[in-house]
Design a protein around this ligand. Structure first.
Ligand SMILES: NC(=O)c1ccc[n+]([C@@H]2O[C@H](COP(=O)([O-])OP(=O)(O)OC[C@H]3O[C@@H](n4cnc5c(N)ncnc54)[C@H](O)[C@@H]3O)[C@@H](O)[C@H]2O)c1
Ligand SMILES: O=P(O)(O)OC[C@@H](O)[C@@H](O)[C@H](O)[C@H](O)CO
Length: 380
């Protein structure tokens, strides 16, 4: 049986990428640090993926097993030696931590076989596989680096499926029916059901991040401020729904200009995504969607990049500035990054965060606009 190794047996790992490989005839070895999930995978050897819709459809995912990357390093290396694909859905910040073990697996594999290996990071980040590759290569010796060409391929990708936080006592995963997985490659690679291949990923990942994830972030941060708990509940508020549409008009104007997208088609894409957010069966929490605000306020992420790009193109960014301001007010005590931001604000003010986290100058027009919204939202 064909083999694949997937790092991160969480929501997207089990509910999307691992499930597609299993359905394509692969045995999926999940690698994670969550002992309970690994044990369950090895005991139960299958789980259910349930579609969040009125007549809940269910698929059984088989041929799965688990390894722990902390105490089963040798087994992970063997799995990498035997795999056709190596994928991740672990969170962009974790990629540097798993790179040394992946590098070891690749080194030992290259010493014994010239079979091709395809590496794809499935994270919400532009160029995530490039980032992983950089960290992997840093951990290889010169001889191994020389063997990579034509044998180990690294492809960037965009991954889209809403998977909320799950009941931790079960391997089963509730997912939305919609999905899209786009992989950047010109090569003829082994088929995986549901994988779409494109030569240039930039328009796909930017369209996804700056529509799905920007819209999601607007709802999450405004919903949190209003004391709402889920995305669909927040979106039922007409004022928030209007704010989402206005913000996506701004990212849309940039995307249409930058990539020559058809205006009407893009509007249809925006509307389709707003409908996805309304799914009442997902019960997706505002704290999951707003999680890790330091990452989300990064210069290349869903809020700041479209704002700086819109400004550069002479387009409006005031609604994006409002979303950034709402993110600065996200003070979920369970979220480490939210707490870090609150400490920075208490010590040095919001402009300091924009400078140090978002790389926006204190006297920039975007910063001024964000601070204006911040002061208004704070006293609401
Ligand atoms: N959930 C979604 O709707 C969704 C959709 C598209 C993309 N994504 C992206 O997919 C990635 C994963 O998101 P998720 O929602 O599945 O998160 P998740 O928290 O459900 O899963 C992450 C998994 O990684 C594991 N992990 C953490 N640190 C690890 C380490 N050092 N070594 C091994 N395993 C480790 C965790 O135990 C967990 O099982 C993120 O980049 C996210 O942005 C998520
Ligand atoms: O995963 P994050 O933290 O980057 O973003 C939170 C959500 O917006 C995200 O997980 C979406 O549900 C997903 O990107 C939909 O494809």
């Amino acid at each position: 049986m064909k083999q694949t190794v997937h790092f991160g047996a969480g929501n997207i790992g089990r509910g999307f990428i691992g499930a597609l490989f299993s359905q394509s005839g692969y045995h999926v070895t999940f690698v994670d640090i969550a002992e309970q999930i690994i044990n369950k995978l090895n005991e139960e050897k299958s789980y259910q993926v349930k579609l969040a819709m009125e007549d809940e459809e269910t698929m059984t995912i088989e041929n799965v097993s688990g390894l722990n990357n902390i105490n089963q390093e040798d087994e992970v290396v063997t799995a990498i030696q035997n795999a056709t694909y190596l994928t991740t859905a672990i969170g962009p910040n974790i990629l540097p931590r798993i790179a040394p073990l992946i590098a070891r697996g690749i080194s030992e594999r290259l010493a014994g076989t010239s079979e091709k290996l395809y590496v794809i990071a499935c994270e919400n980040q532009i160029g995530a596989t490039d980032i992983l590759k950089k960290h992997v290569v840093e951990n290889l010796d010169e001889e191994t680096k020389g063997k990579l060409e034509g044998r180990v391929y690294f492809f960037n990708s965009a991954v889209d499926r809403i998977v909320p936080i799950q009941d931790q006592d079960s391997l089963d995963v509730l997912v939305e029916p919609y999905y899209e997985w786009v992989v950047e490659t010109k090569d003829d690679i082994p088929p995986v059901t549901g994988m779409k291949m494109v030569e240039d990923l930039a328009p796909f990942i930017e369209r996804k991040l700056f529509t799905v994830n920007t819209g999601h972030a607007v709802i999450a941060y405004l919903g949190y401020l209003e004391g709402k708990s889920t995305i669909d509940q927040t979106l039922a508020d007409e004022e928030v729904a209007n704010q989402v549409r206005e913000t996506l008009k701004e990212t849309g104007a940039y995307l249409v200009k930058e990539y020559g997208l058809d205006k009407e088609e893009h509007l249809t894409y925006i509307n389709k995504n707003i409908e996805r957010f309304k799914n009442p069966y997902l019960n997706d929490s505002v704290t999951r969607v707003g999680r890790a605000p330091i990452r989300k306020l990064g210069p290349e992420d869903r809020l700041v990049r479209p704002a700086t790009q819109a400004q550069r193109a002479g387009l409006s960014y005031t609604n994006l500035a409002k979303a950034i301001a709402a993110a600065l007010l996200f003070d979920d005590p369970e979220d480490e990054q939210a707490m870090e931001i609150q400490e920075m604000i208490q010590g040095n003010g919001p402009a300091y965060v924009l400078k140090n986290v978002s790389e926006l100058d204190e006297d920039s027009e975007i910063t001024k606009e964000v601070i204006r919204h911040y002061e208004t939202l704070k006293i609401k």
